[in-house]
Ligand binder design. Structure first.
Ligand SMILES: [Cu+2]
Length: 396
């Protein structure tokens, strides 16, 4: 296995120097069988700046191999071990400061299959959670150095699956077909946070608790300790997008710990009908409400320098804010949220559109011939952000 220190992206526009086993976070998946005798080669690329090593939790021996594998840039170390215990194990770098090496992405999983191997399933996926600590706040663009104090305080700026925000969403989503059985090898590199792993809309038929022999059945959320793992299995019965989260839920929606499983196939209305009724219900009256927030709008961010940046930042805001109601392509939802794409109402009056974004909107309006009488809450955006998001809406 080759260690590479390389720059990559944590999320749109946020660069980070990852330290990796094999060039990816998490590192290469190692698959073995109990009783295997393994000769392990660890190479530290000559362009790297620091020495590293590896502690494999599947190894019985001092440091899990760390003591025999400490390797300087431009060198290679070799040690051998025998796999005595079946299970799913974490491996990580254990070079001081250990927390920093792990925080930069130096972890992965090694599977030791039992005698005869694990039962066959239709699909297997490798997912590992990790927390990241940057000098800048979440979303602050540019190359972000590691922040030791935040790491010590366990105040993560990013909590992600597979090394960056969006590594398992959209086009990167994992997939399955109705009727298949899915097995997830889920690990948690930490360094700091324990994961409450959950798939929205699925129930785990089986969980190999903590990656060991104990099997629990019919589980909603399984706890994965930092430096631990679990094997999760479930049958998929209905199509749709199922969201993978750390159910410490602000981590999912605000820090990145969110993935997607896209399932294709036939609907099964005996199991799930989809929406059967949609009506308007406004117990608090039709007045404009504000999103609950404790502080005012912050005007501090770096302004967009040009049209491309306006479009890029605008898209980010759209996906964080407007998307929830007006939908990904701006198509809206009939009877509830009017479309923005090709909206005659939007295009008729730019100033009115700006007013809606800044102040919200209520009362009956007609968009492309359809009547809407609903409430759009005031969006807590700065004027810069409002300008960017409208630039994006008008030009896409
Ligand atoms: Cu290291």
């Amino acid at each position: 296995m080759e260690i590479l220190e390389k720059e990559g992206e944590l999320t749109d526009g946020v660069r980070y120097v990852f330290w990796t086993f094999g060039g990816t976070v998490p590192g290469s998946f190692i698959r073995t069988r109990v009783g295997d005798e393994i000769e392990f080669h660890l190479q530290n690329h000559p362009d790297n700046k620091l020495p590293h090593n590896i502690d494999l939790h599947a190894v019985t021996g001092p440091g899990g191999g760390a003591e025999s594998s400490f390797v300087a840039p431009g060198h290679e170390k070799v040690f051998s071990f025998k796999t005595l215990n079946p299970g799913l194990y974490v491996y990580h770098c254990a070079t001081a400061p250990v927390g920093m090496h792990i925080a930069n992405g130096m972890y992965g999983l090694i599977l030791v299959e039992p005698d005869g191997g694990l039962p066959l399933v239709d699909r297997e996926y490798y997912i590992m959670q990790g927390d990241f600590y940057t000098k800048g706040a979440n979303g602050e663009r540019g190359l972000q150095p590691f922040d030791m104090q935040k790491a010590v305080d366990e105040k993560a700026d990013y909590v992600v699956f597979n090394g960056n925000v969006g590594a398992l969403t959209g086009d990167n989503a994992i997939t399955a077909k109705v009727g298949e059985t899915v097995r997830l090898f889920v690990g948690n590199g930490g360094p700091g946070l324990v994961s409450s792993f959950h798939v929205i809309g699925e129930i785990f038929d089986k969980v190999h608790v903590e990656g060991g022999d104990l099997i629990n059945e019919n589980v909603q959320t399984t706890m994965i300790p930092a430096g631990g793992a679990a094997i999760v299995e479930f049958h998929v019965n209905v199509p749709g997008t199922f969201i993978l989260v750390d159910h410490s839920i602000f981590r999912a929606f605000n820090k990145g710990a969110l993935g997607m499983l896209k399932v294709e196939g036939e609907e099964n209305e005996n199991i799930y009908t989809g929406e059967q009724y949609d009506g308007i219900y406004l117990p608090e009256g039709p007045g404009i409400q504000e999103m609950p927030t404790t502080d005012g709008v912050v005007e501090s961010e770096i302004p967009a320098q040009n049209f491309e940046e306006q479009m890029k930042f605008g898209k980010q805001i759209y996906m964080q804010t407007c998307f929830a109601c007006h939908q990904a392509e701006g198509q809206g939802i009939p009877n509830a949220f009017p479309p923005l794409a090709k909206s005659d109402y939007l295009n008729a009056d730019v100033n009115r559109a700006i007013g809606i974004v800044l102040n919200g909107k209520t009362g009956e309006i007609t968009v492309n011939g359809q009547k809407y009488n609903n409430v759009m809450t005031r969006q807590m955006l700065s004027s810069e952000e409002s300008a960017n998001v409208l630039t994006y809406v008008y030009n896409s």
